[in-house]
Design a protein around this ligand. Structure first.
Ligand SMILES: Nc1ncnc2c1ncn2[C@@H]1O[C@H](COP(=O)(O)OP(=O)(O)O)[C@@H](O)[C@H]1O
Ligand SMILES: [Mg+2]
Length: 143
């Protein structure tokens, strides 16, 4: 991101890879955090999220979308919103092995622990984000 410049950040990573921890430590002070997890029971969460992101970008806010977003198809609507708003879009990829994610997930309690089928489903769809896909920049975090 240029100094003080507006951006859209798309987090990419499996459940338990550390996305929300990274967002809290590095982005929450400067970006509006949007996640479908904020509306766990709502219908049409994807459409709602896209409307919220579009409105925030139009207001001039920097935004970070904190979902797993494992596949290009799942990221494409966000790339389109950024392009429409003329805002650079950066991917932050938490490159963490699925077994590490599984161990971290198992150590979590309550609603934070996700079903393993969801984790392995996302692992099967995972394609690392690239600039060829349309991202202005890709930040890879290995931890
Ligand atoms: N870099 C890290 N190393 C070890 N454990 C981590 C790291 N980042 C996050 N965790 C732990 O892993 C779990 C999942 O982190 P979280 O940020 O909620 O992941 P996500 O949002 O990708 O599901 C949490 O218990 C968190 O404390
Ligand atoms: Mg999270």
């Amino acid at each position: 991101m240029g100094a003080g410049g507006q951006e859209l950040v798309v987090m990419v990573g499996l459940q338990g890879s550390g996305k929300s921890t990274f967002v809290a430590e590095h982005l929450a002070g400067s970006h509006v955090v949007v996640s479908k997890d904020h509306w766990p029971n709502a219908r049409h969460r994807e459409a709602r999220q896209q409307r919220v992101v579009a409105a925030l970008l139009a207001e001039g806010a920097s935004v970070v979308v904190d979902n797993t977003s494992p596949s290009p198809a799942e990221r494409a609507p966000l790339l389109a919103l950024a392009a429409a708003a003329g805002v650079p879009v950066r991917a932050v990829f938490l490159d963490v092995p699925v077994e590490t994610c599984r161990a971290r997930n198992g150590a979590r309690g309550g609603r934070a622990r996700v079903p393993l089928v969801g984790l392995y489903s996302a692992a099967g769809r995972l394609v690392p984000p690239t600039t060829e896909e349309g991202f202005t920049e890709v930040t890879v975090v290995c931890s």
